[in-house]
Design a protein around this ligand. Structure first.
Ligand SMILES: [Mg+2]
Length: 150
């Protein structure tokens, strides 16, 4: 394991919350989505800081880490046909591996956002709103063209 590379969450945040708690589907006593995000974000920062890894987390290293984790996700599908890749959604081992890699990507996004003082949820909402403008329903429904070709 490279120092500072792995972004596993096993820590508790500064309020003693576990980083990743149980599933909240249909359970209204569980934290809201924004609370769950904030708990994970704080746990990731606590995990990093407890290990004194921030010194390694310059923006370039974080972007490299994110790209490497995205490549690990892509590796799941290497040499698979499109149909074979689709079939993996029902494969428990593939689902576990994908869960691990998307979590790594997500956690790196948390760290990149932290490095730039960004609110990741706000940034995502803004990007989604921008995409709504770039891909209006009447022009993009059922089409795979890039926005400038609609
Ligand atoms: Mg990984």
């Amino acid at each position: 394991m490279q120092s500072g590379r792995h972004a596993e969450v096993s820590a508790q945040d500064d309020q003693g919350h576990r980083a990743v708690s149980g599933d909240c589907h249909g359970d209204h006593s569980s934290p809201s989505g924004s609370d769950r995000f904030e708990r994970v974000r704080r746990a990731m920062i606590a995990f990093r800081d407890a290990r004194e890894w921030k010194q390694f987390h310059d923006p370039k290293n974080l972007a490299e880490g994110l790209s490497l984790e995205a490549a690990e996700l892509l590796e799941v599908f290497q040499w698979k046909t499109t149909d074979e890749a689709r079939a993996l959604t029902g494969d428990s081992a593939a689902r576990a591996k994908v869960a691990e890699e998307v979590a790594d990507c997500f956690l790196y996004c948390v760290l990149v956002a932290d490095a730039f003082g960004l609110d990741l949820i706000d940034a995502a909402q803004r990007k989604l709103a921008a995409n709504e403008m770039k891909y209006p329903l009447d022009k993009s429904r059922g089409r795979r063209d890039k926005y400038d070709a609609l």
